[in-house]
Design a protein around this ligand. Structure first.
Ligand code: T3D
Length: 263
């Protein structure tokens, strides 16, 4: 029987995805990648979903690639890791990035290798105080993937990115917050409640507008000021055509709380 390595629960506009291979700290094998792909497709196609909350089961968030799938006996050919990145990790990161809604990540424990970079690619990342981030790749002769070489220098600057990637040391959740790598570090017992509070908030907000904010900020990473000004013009045009924008302005004028429908 196939293990359910990704749990998906959709309720009141919130899609909660739980990585569920706790015996190996939720490391990714092919089956888990395929279940994750299916979950993200369901979420994207479900018009009722307005926020994704990603977390892990057990004491880890995700330890990256399942290395038990990678041990090679002497004389055996090396696995094609480029193919693995192309087929599984890159599409996963692209799907999270392109999801037209906020993605909240609750890092419940250690996030290592691809697991760390998946957490850092989410829009709002919370971490339990006991959680940690490890760019474990260099310890086994690899380079940071899952967007790490792009994300890390942008989040923490080149000096810290190189230190993290080339030393592979454990970074505490508190330090990650101080370095601006994540949104917030919270007490362990509060993590899931705080993450759900954020998810509920987002589920009541102008989803299309939030998706456009993501797009604009992502575009800014490679644009000049002038190019970005054009992106803002184009995306503001789209935002201005949403029902939620009308509702936001109407509610403001009528001095009442807005009721955003996410369209
Ligand atoms: O290959 C490709 O497709 C290319 C893409 C690569 C992407 C990557 O992510 S490469 C990086 C892979 N990940 C790692 O190198 C991290 C390996 N894990 C660790 O270094 C440590 O487990 C941690 C620092 C994350 C946690 O340490 P600790 O002491 O808290 O736990 P532990 O005892 O090491 O692990 C607990 C169990 O999980 C243990 O199993 P056991 O002994 O209880 O049966 C351990 O083997 C297992 N586990 C942890 N990480 C992985 C894993 N099993 C398979 N793969 C793992 N990545």
């Amino acid at each position: 029987m196939t293990e359910q390595s990704v749990l998906l629960d959709i309720d009141q506009g919130i899609a909660k995805v739980t990585l569920n291979r706790p015996q190996s700290l939720n490391s990714f094998n092919v089956d888990m990648h395929e279940q994750m792909r299916a979950a993200l497709k369901t979420i994207r196609n479900d018009a009722s979903v307005r926020v994704l909350l990603l977390t892990g089961n057990g004491r880890g968030f995700c330890a990256g690639q399942d290395l038990s799938d990678r041990s090679v006996k002497p004389g055996e050919a090396a696995p094609d890791l480029g193919l693995s990145i192309e087929k599984y990790y890159n599409p996963l990161l692209q799907s999270l990035r392109d999801l037209p809604m906020p993605v909240v990540c609750a890092v419940n424990g250690v996030a290592a290798g691809a697991g760390a970079n998946i957490a850092l690619a989410c829009d709002i990342t919370l971490a339990a105080r006991s959680a940690s981030f490890i760019q474990a790749f260099c310890k086994i002769g690899l380079i940071p993937d899952s967007g790490g070489t792009w994300t890390l220098p942008r989040l923490v600057g080149m000096a810290r990115a190189k230190g993290l990637a080339m030393l592979g040391d454990k970074l505490s959740a508190e330090q990650a917050e101080q370095w601006g790598m994540i949104w917030q570090c919270v007490d362990d017992d509060d993590l899931q409640a705080e993450a759900m509070k954020l998810a509920r908030h987002f589920a009541s907000q102008p989803t299309k507008g939030l998706a456009l904010i993501k797009r604009a900020l992502h575009a800014s990473a490679t644009n000049s000021f002038e190019e970005q000004a054009l992106v803002e013009r184009d995306l503001q045009r789209l935002a201005g055509r949403t029902n939620d924008y009308r509702e936001g302005v109407a509610a403001f004028m009528e001095k009442r709380a807005p009721e955003f429908k996410g369209n």
